[in-house]
Write a protein that binds this ligand. Structure first.
Ligand code: BES
Ligand code: MN
Ligand code: ZN
Length: 502
């Protein structure tokens, strides 16, 4: 089966010029709410159209509200008005969402060339960047496996239109936004693949193909190498599956390597049945998304290959399938990881922490001085924080702040949860160093984080639990149902600012 294409790669550029001069299938014109919001900067015919919609109470200009209007006297074929809310409340995050929402509406109308006009508070470097990001995010396809009834056309050309001034930095901002958006789409495309297609083996092959000929090198460790490294936790989870495990190792090396080495570790369980502690049938199909942490790491490297980073970045992605079978690991087993720690298995569905334990250890062996892991780790985290914020656990506090700042810049909300020693008793085992799953569901996201902490030593380490945020169940104007690519941009932001966090 030929692999479907999950996102198009439109050109994304800056247009310096007037609203009337921008050539496109559709010019998107943001409108701020409030009857006194200025419209005198718009071409006359357009300003009149907006005024008459406003007078007729048809246009409130709330965020994501759209209206098609005529494009008399303009170079673009159509004009799409999009509500932007009160001008004073505009943020780069809202601009990103407006960009995606507008481009998705354009795709539904068959428009492949979309230009977004900046005006008023929707100007400046940060906004131009997130607008380009948002427009690019709209190029992701959720329907690539549909052979008929596809509703959205492909995007070919995207543009952000600015009136004048600062064109060089703004062009850079557009390029950065486009790269960030595409990196997010890369992660989403891995996540979107069904588990029969994206096995650990195929995931590793695709990562190798993705980075061939770039500054990112990829090494894939197979079963015999994992055995010589004594990765008993990773191998224990993998042993129930007919699909062999892989450990995907990515390295970005700057021209003059110096300073800290960032280690990004992403959980990639290509399908999580729960193993012998099997999950209920309802929604089990969702567990193809259990590789979204690994996909986020891969997406982040895609951006690093394009834009570079000041220091070395290592990615470690343990890829396995968690299956019940006659060869599967069982509750009651005791596994020994590469670090030497022994783990009493109390629930084979707590598999993510096991493979991450070995992967975190390995990232340090490879020289990582600072660690971030990303994982769809616990249902408990989704219960605690819902679908908005990802759980953030980190030590020391300074490293937590670095992550939270990076998250804010990237548009990923990260929310700190506690991780004090009082919770440690949840992981006590009578017969091994730790259990993998406590006897209670209370505090489940925290005990999972504390389990990982046992593998990080004194290395600054942060853990992002994206179980609630990696997949959208309900469509939003800016996010179709499906993979979100959460954490990709956060990881890139951390890597690009290495100078600021040492
Ligand atoms: N991949 C799941 C996490 C998950 C579960 C995400 C449900 C979204 C919805 C993980 O491997 C898992 O199964 N975790 C268990 C841990 C428990 C057995 C200690 C969980 O969260 O129930
Ligand atoms: Mn599980
Ligand atoms: Zn899992």
């Amino acid at each position: 089966m030929p692999s479907p294409v999950f996102y198009s790669t439109p050109s994304v550029r800056l247009i310096v010029g007037s609203a009337a001069s921008a050539e496109a299938d559709v010019l998107v014109v943001p409108i701020f709410s409030g009857d006194d919001a200025a419209i005198d900067d718009l071409p006359l015919a357009l300003a009149e159209a907006v005024a008459s919609l406003r007078d007729g109470r048809e246009l409130k200009a709330e965020p994501y509200e759209t209206h098609w209007v005529r494009a008399d006297g303009m170079q673009s074929r159509r004009v799409l008005l999009i509500g932007a809310g009160p001008e004073g409340a505009l943020t780069p995050d809202l601009a990103r969402r407006l960009g995606t929402a507008a481009a998705l509406v354009a795709r539904a109308r068959g428009c492949g060339r979309v230009a977004f006009l900046t005006r008023g508070a929707l100007q400046g470097e940060a906004i131009v960047r997130t607008l380009a990001e948002g427009l690019t995010l709209a190029a992701f396809h959720v329907d690539a496996y549909k052979t008929r009834d596809r509703k959205l056309s492909d995007l070919a050309e995207l543009a952000v239109v600015v009136s004048e001034g600062g064109a060089d930095t703004l062009a850079d901002a557009v390029a950065t936004g486009a790269t960030m958006g595409e990196a997010t789409n890369v992660a989403r495309s891995f996540a979107h693949e069904p588990p029969n297609v994206l096995t650990p083996r195929v995931m590793a092959e695709r990562v190798q193909a993705l980075f061939a000929g770039t500054r990112v090198s990829v090494e894939v460790l197979e079963q015999p190498q994992l055995e010589s490294l004594n990765m008993g936790l990773l191998l224990g989870v993998a042993q129930g599956s007919a699909e062999p495990p892989r450990l995907i190792v990515l390295t970005y090396t700057p021209e003059h390597p110096a300073g800290p080495v960032l280690g990004l570790v992403g959980k990639a369980v290509t399908f999580d049945t729960g193993g012998i502690s099997i999950k209920p049938a309802d929604n089990m199909d969702r567990m193809k998304y259990d590789m979204c942490g690994g996909a986020a790491v891969v997406g982040a490297f895609h951006a690093l290959a394009r834009m570079g980073a000041p220091s070395t970045v290592i990615g470690v992605v343990p890829a396995v399938e968690n299956m019940p079978s006659g060869t599967a690991f069982r509750p009651g087993d005791i596994l020994t990881g590469a670090s030497g720690l022994t783990v009493e298995i109390t629930n084979t569905d707590a598999e993510g922490r096991l493979i991450l334990g070995d992967a975190l250890w390995y990232a340090q062996q490879l020289g990582a001085t600072h660690l971030v892991d990303i994982a769809t780790l616990t249902g408990a985290c989704a219960v605690a924080l819902g679908r908005v914020a990802s759980g953030l656990f980190a030590a020391p506090d300074r490293w937590r702040d670095v992550l939270q700042d990076a998250g804010a810049r990237g548009g990923d909300m990260l929310w700190p949860l506690p991780m004090t020693d009082d919770y440690k008793e949840l992981l006590k085992s009578d017969i091994a160093d730790m259990v993998n799953a406590p006897g209670t569901r209370y505090g489940g996201a925290i005990s999972a984080a504390l389990f990982l902490k046992a593998f990080t030593g004194d290395t600054p380490w942060a853990h992002l639990d994206i179980a609630g945020t990696a997949w959208a169940d309900e469509p939003k104007p800016w996010q179709p149902k499906g993979p979100t690519g959460v954490a990709v941009r956060t990881l890139v932001e951390v890597a690009r600012r290495a100078g600021e966090w040492v």
